[in-house]
Design a protein around this ligand. Structure first.
Ligand code: B12
Ligand code: SF4
Length: 453
């Protein structure tokens, strides 16, 4: 039995990332039993631990897994290290495997400082199945020789961290089974706030050829498309088997390959499924015609990664788009009747007071319905993290990957104040403007109990 743990959330759940459902499907296809744990068990009586991670570890241990996999995003680093400690207490012999963006970017640190036995680097389907095969044949966590023969991992060997040769991403993504939605307990899910109905993630391709300095580009640079008929088949199955009518398309840039995007829209429409969905794009990748197709296929909302209203900042961030391209894309989407939420950051390479003003102006003028304006948080695995000086940034790092940036002309306090002022200005101008604050739960000690976790 393999237990997989996603970044647990307080109930009700909303659209889940697709990593664990894809991993679980690959395990099941290979003949292994898998379970997904994505919510902290509530504290039902006085005997239950106060610590939500310990309650989760106890719930996982009740199914006696020999292998436990945990997804880690950087802002949750310290919490997942603590979770691993709880898991180790309850499951002294289970192999603890970490995967996802953080272990991919910084496996050595995680292995040195936590109870995890293995970090899986990059896409995990093939790698996890091989690890599960080893565990099923009686291999254990104390003898690491067998692990060193598996590509695409980091593990401890003779007291050192050892990285095995790289594993290439799955070339034919159509060969992967559909995500294991049946393991998610979809009846517990609440409606997605932007779609108004229960929703699930969906990918029409993996990869991103762009090189944005602030992004860890989780899927590698090579684009691997799914056949539109496979995408349509997955949508149809989720609607039919689980009564879910909403989809969050997690493609990095919808419209990157126009012909593929058109074929996906047409395929969804052809199946007459009465679904609503949203997706992410940037620049002028979606023009008027593609926007109209999106609308006809059930797309009602688009997240738009404009990032800055200043061309110099965009160029120094290697964003690959100009403000004029962003503006054209937003206009086309709005004209087609789609709701657009534009995402912007403060603190990118080359940021100055004047460039922040241009970002505020852009947000106010661009025609989007909603604006999300956040402070740039640097992630390991990004070009900016690896070589901040090349981007004119200074990055101060804390022990648990809490990090903040300073630009050539703006220090941390100034950037934070400018972000807050910008949100206030836009709100005063009548725009719906928010900021991504999820990371504060972790970094600023937000009392989790207050959320009922
Ligand atoms: C959907 C999504 C969410 C959802 C669901 C999150 C989730 N549980 O996955 C929500 C809205 C909750 C969310 C929240 C946040 N997210 Co988010 N999110 C995404 C998004 C758009 C898609 C994820 C996805 O499903 N990908 C498709 C699947 C197939 O790929 P995958 O998740 O990478 O999984 C594969 C591998 O990574 C690996 N793998 C993953 N987990 C594991 C576990 C094991 C055991 C193994 C072996 C392998 C493995 O195998 C998987 C299959 O190949 C990504 C961007 C992206 N394109 O991936 C950002 C992304 C993951 N998010 C990111 C961030 C920063 C956040 C937030 C911090 C945002 C914020 N400031 O609030 C929060 C943090 C949440 C938390 N506490 O952990 C960053 C992560 C950067 C980093 N270094 O950690 C990303 C990469 C966006 C970006 N480029 O900046 N997010
Ligand atoms: S921010 Fe988007 S476009 Fe840029 S590298 Fe990351 S996934 Fe690609």
């Amino acid at each position: 039995m393999v237990a997989l743990i996603a970044g647990p959330c307080p109930p009700p759940r909303m659209a889940q990332g697709l990593g664990l459902p894809y991993l679980a499907a690959a395990l099941e296809e290979a003949g292994y039993e898998a379970a997904i744990f994505d919510t902290y068990p509530p504290r039902q009586d006085d005997r239950a631990s106060d610590d939500p991670d310990m309650r989760l570890a106890e719930a996982v241990a009740a199914s006696s897994p020999s292998l436990v996999g945990v997804t880690i995003h950087t802002p949750a680093y310290a919490e997942r290290v603590h979770l691993a400690k709880c898991l180790r207490q309850r499951l002294p012999d289970a192999l603890l495997v970490a995967g996802g963006h953080h272990p991919t970017a910084a496996p050595g640190d995680l292995l040195r400082r936590s109870e995890f036995d293995v970090c899986v680097i990059g896409e995990g389907e093939r790698t996890l199945v091989e690890i599960a095969g080893g565990v099923a044949s009686g291999r254990n966590r104390r003898d690491t020789d067998w692990l060193t023969a598996i590509r695409g991992i980091a593990c401890r060997a003779d007291g050192r961290v050892l990285r095995t040769p790289r594993r290439r991403p799955v070339a034919n993504v159509d060969a992967l089974p559909f995500p294991a939605h049946h393991l998610l307990g979809l009846e517990r899910y609440g409606p997605h706030p932007a779609l108004g109905v229960r929703s699930q993630g969906l990918l029409t391709y993996r990869g991103c050829p762009a090189r944005c300095a602030f992004c860890c580009n989780p899927q590698g640079r090579r684009v691997r498309q799914r056949a539109p008929s496979r995408v349509g088949g997955e949508v149809e199955r989720v609607v039919r088997d689980f009564g879910v009518r909403g989809f969050n398309v997690y493609d990095n840039l919808f419209g990157l390959d126009r012909a593929h995007a058109v074929a996906v829209c047409d395929e969804i429409r052809r199946r007459r499924l009465d679904v609503v969905w949203d997706c992410w794009t940037a620049g002028g990748l979606v023009d008027a015609e593609l926007a109209a197709r999106l609308r006809r296929a059930g797309c009602i909302r688009v997240g738009f990664g404009a990032e800055s209203g200043d061309d110099e900042v965009l160029a120094r961030s290697q964003r690959g788009f100009t403000t004029a391209q962003h503006q054209a894309g937003i206009r086309a989407l709005v004209a087609a009747g789609l709701k657009v939420q534009v995402f912007l950051m403060v603190g990118l390479p080359g940021e100055t007071r004047a460039s922040v003003e241009r970002t505020v102006d852009f947000a106010a003028r661009c025609g989007a319905d909603d604006v999300s304006l956040s402070l740039h948080r640097p992630w390991p695995g990004t070009a900016a993290w690896r070589n901040p000086r090349a981007f004119g940034l200074r990055i101060t790092r804390g022990p648990d990957f809490e990090a903040y940036v300073e630009t050539e002309s703006l220090n941390r306090t100034a950037l934070l104040e400018l972000t807050e002022e910008a949100v206030e200005t836009l709100t005063q101008r009548g725009l719906k403007c928010g900021t991504l604050r999820c990371d504060r739960f972790v970094w600023e000690g937000f009392p989790r109990q207050a959320l009922g976790w």
